[in-house]
Every structure is written in structure tokens, then in C-alpha cells.
Design a binder for this molecule. Structure first.
Ligand code: 5GP
Length: 197
């Protein structure tokens, strides 16, 4: 594995979490970027593993110190990705995986593209969008999962359609029709990109 900065986005229900978990299990040299947030931890969430849980004051301080590669306000809470842990991993020659939404990915892409050519983040940057086979299939999956009310499902489907319209902004796209094949494609993309870094 080379020092890659791997950004993966997908609409909710497209299988992103499963693919990211498989990647982390298959490649011990890929680290997962733990985001910062100001929201309260949910039951079972561990500080430093699921998120770094910060106060609003601390988060704003870090914004002021330009510590974030990207950040956003979602439902009244801040979420953000710290730069330093990414550089620490890349400097070791390892890869960092960022599981972020389309807006976060756009910010990262824009910031990284302005870095010097010699910057480790710029050299190792790659992004992948995971598409569901179709909106109808996504609807089936979300209904089968049974965790969301019908209105929530409709809202997620609208968001998914909007995100899928932006899939072309990514360097690579895969379709998660068959999980095994999709995961293999993601591995192939990462392995090939790794050859050129
Ligand atoms: P949750 O509170 O359910 O864990 O996440 C809420 C939203 O925040 C999700 O859409 C998730 O993708 C987004 N999010 C989580 N971490 C980050 C981050 O580091 N940066 C950005 N921009 N969004 C994030």
C-alpha cells in the first residue's frame, strides 16, 4: 500500500459502510479518519473511535487555527476532518480512508487541488463514488432494512438522487450491484492508483 488519501462517498443504503469495513479488514495499512463533531455521543459510541467529541468552543478554536481539511455544520452541529492525523499516516507511508459525503468530498478535493504538487495529500489523493444499482433498488434496500419511516426513506431517496447526479465529480465510480464484485473493483482501483504514487 502507498501513501494514499482515499475519499469514499455514497448515498445512504449504497453499502459504503460495509465496503469501508471490508477495506479496513483487508488492508491493515489503511487507517480510518476519525471525524470531529460537536454533537452528543450516542449510546455505544466511543470517543476517539467513532468520533472525537468536542465542545463548540474547542471546535471553533480548531477552525480558527486552520486545523481542518474540511468541516461543515449539519443539523446545528459541526463535523470536520483534521489535517494532522492524515499527514501523520501518509508520512508513515500508509493510507488514510475518509468516509465523507458529497459536500465534504467537494471541499477536500478543492483544498487538495490547491496544495503544492509535492504535498503528500495531493500526490496520494483519490476519490471513489459508490452508486446503488438504481433508485428503485435503493428503495427496496432501505425498506427491507426497516430502520426508517416512509417519509425518512423518501427524504433519503431524494438526497441519494441529488448525490448520484454529482457522481461524475469523482475520479472513479463503482456500482454496488453485487457486493463481492463491487468490493473487488474498489480494491483494484486502490491497488492501481497505489502503483502511481
Ligand atoms: P451522524 O451524526 O449521524 O454520525 O452524521 C451526520 C452527518 O454528518 C452524516 O451525513 C455524515 O456524513 C456527516 N459527517 C460525519 N463526519 C463528517 C466530517 O468529518 N465532515 C463532514 N463534512 N461531514 C461529516
Amino acid at each position: 500500500m502507498k501513501p494514499l488519501l482515499i475519499v469514499i462517498s455514497a448515498p445512504s443504503g449504497a453499502g459504503k459502510t460495509t465496503i469501508c469495513d471490508l477495506l479496513l479488514r483487508s488492508y491493515p495499512e489503511i487507517s480510518y479518519s476519525v471525524s470531529c463533531t460537536t454533537r452528543e455521543p450516542r449510546l455505544n459510541e466511543v470517543d476517539g473511535e467513532d468520533y472525537h467529541f468536542l465542545t463548540q468552543e474547542r471546535f471553533r478554536q480548531l477552525i480558527g487555527e486552520n486545523m481542518f481539511l474540511e468541516y461543515a455544520e449539519v443539523h446545528g452541529n459541526y463535523y470536520g476532518t483534521l489535517k494532522q492525523p492524515i499527514y501523520d499516516v501518509l508520512k508513515e507511508g500508509h493510507a488514510m480512508l475518509l468516509d465523507i459525503d458529497v459536500q465534504g468530498a467537494e471541499q477536500v478535493r478543492r483544498t487538495v487541488s490547491k496544495l503544492p504538487q509535492t504535498d503528500l495529500m495531493r500526490q496520494g489523493y483519490m476519490d471513489i463514488f459508490i452508486n446503488p444499482p438504481s433508485i428503485e433498488e435503493l428503495r427496496n434496500r432501505l425498506e427491507k432494512r426497516g430502520t426508517d419511516d416512509p417519509e425518512v426513506i423518501e427524504h433519503r431517496l431524494e438526497n441519494a438522487a441529488a448525490e448520484m447526479e454529482r457522481a461524475g465529480e469523482y475520479m472513479y465510480q463503482v456500482v454496488n450491484d453485487d457486493l463481492r464484485i463491487c468490493f473487488q473493483r474498489v480494491c483494484d482501483i486502490i491497488n492501481i492508483k497505489g502503483e502511481f504514487v
